[in-house]
Design a binder for this molecule. Structure first.
Ligand code: CIZ
Ligand code: SF4
Length: 320
């Protein structure tokens, strides 16, 4: 405990000394989120993280999250130093969508507007016409559908299927999935609902369709946090990364939150309701990023940056 307090104190003074700000995702460990709040940084979803970094005056951004979030920050603010606790923190969606194969898929469908989820590399973003996060995906696809555009969607097949169902847009999908949300189990969730009949079920749309069907509210992390505040229920079963409980509990101290069930009986699960890459962001790594930035600084290719900026700007100015 003493050691952790010492880490925090050192990080606080380093942040000041280096004119740096800590930006943390809702899925990082609670102590990282608390530290970001205490030091004037932010805790947010990927869309708000991007906006916050873009608007903040600090010279250095410390992005506690996964690689695509650091890359997005660098694309938006190339003049800033963007550091990450570890550059090894990736995402199963990004890993499963390599640029060469994605380019080939797009080339096969030249008549389609390419819409990609923010959980992708800068190269994939550069190939896209639009970038979306789960906070704005529905509205953007709805808008494109109204314009009569046909869509090529990547890489999350569950989120894509959900949006297709909601909007009726003509979509073809890349077949990626989030290893955390893909693990939520339907039968076990039915059982849990029976056990807590008064609980509302909150589901992130990276989850399989059968899980989404059981939801009382479906949405991005920030939308689920809002639902926890606004719904009258006292209990919630939450199907997303458990990191989100930090903010839910803080905003609703009298309500109770349960993790939605993951692996079935007897099964093991390598990413039970917590992303292994988000979990790589620790106090030690944050201090190291401030002390020894080498190997923790994010760089993006200049040509890819220009391409990705165009589609990111479209997202940020849509409904801004
Ligand atoms: O699952 C993720 O990585 C999410 C929810 C990212 C985001 O948009 O905040
Ligand atoms: Fe990627 Fe899933 Fe981890 Fe989010 S929770 S970073 S989508 S693997």
């Amino acid at each position: 405990v003493v050691e952790r307090e010492q880490y925090k104190a050192r990080i606080k003074s380093l942040l000041k000394e280096k004119n740096a700000v800590l930006i943390a995702h809702y899925y990082t460990d609670p102590e990282i989120q608390a530290l970001a709040e205490e030091t004037g940084g932010c805790v947010a979803d990927s869309l708000e993280m991007a906006r916050f970094g873009n608007n903040h005056s600090a010279e250095t951004l410390i992005v506690a999250g996964v690689r695509f979030m650091g890359e997005t920050a660098k694309v938006l603010t190339p003049e800033k130093t963007v550091l990450m606790p570890t550059l090894e923190a990736t995402c199963s969606l990004d890993l499963a969508c390599p640029i060469e194969e994605f380019n080939a898929f797009c080339d096969q469908h030249p008549d389609r507007t390419v819409v990609v989820y923010a959980n992708t590399s800068t190269a994939v973003k550069a190939r896209a016409d639009w970038i979306v996060t789960s906070s704005c995906a529905l509205e953007i696809v709805e808008h494109l559908d109204e314009q009569g555009e046909k869509i090529l969607w990547g890489p999350d097949r569950h989120l894509g299927a959900y949006i297709e169902k909601q909007t009726g847009a003509d979509m073809i999908m890349w077949q990626g999935a989030c290893i955390v949300h893909d693990e939520f189990k339907t039968k076990a969730l039915h059982d849990m609902k029976a056990l807590h009949p008064d609980a509302a079920v909150l589901v992130h749309p990276e989850s399989p369709a059968e899980i989404i069907e059981l939801a009382d509210a479906v949405g991005s992390t920030s939308q689920l946090i809002k639902a926890a505040q606004e719904l009258p229920n006292q209990k919630f079963i939450v199907a997303t990364d458990r990191g989100i409980f930090y903010k839910m509990q803080q905003l609703c101290p009298d309500k109770e939150f349960f993790e939605a069930p993951t692996a079935g009986e007897g099964a093991t699960c390598r990413s039970c309701a917590h992303c292994p890459w988000m979990a790589m962001n620790g106090l030690k790594e944050i201090e190291q990023a401030l002390l020894n930035p080498e190997g923790r600084e994010v760089f993006v290719d200049a040509t890819e940056r220009t391409g990705a900026l165009k589609s990111l700007d479209r997202m940020l100015s849509f409904n801004a």
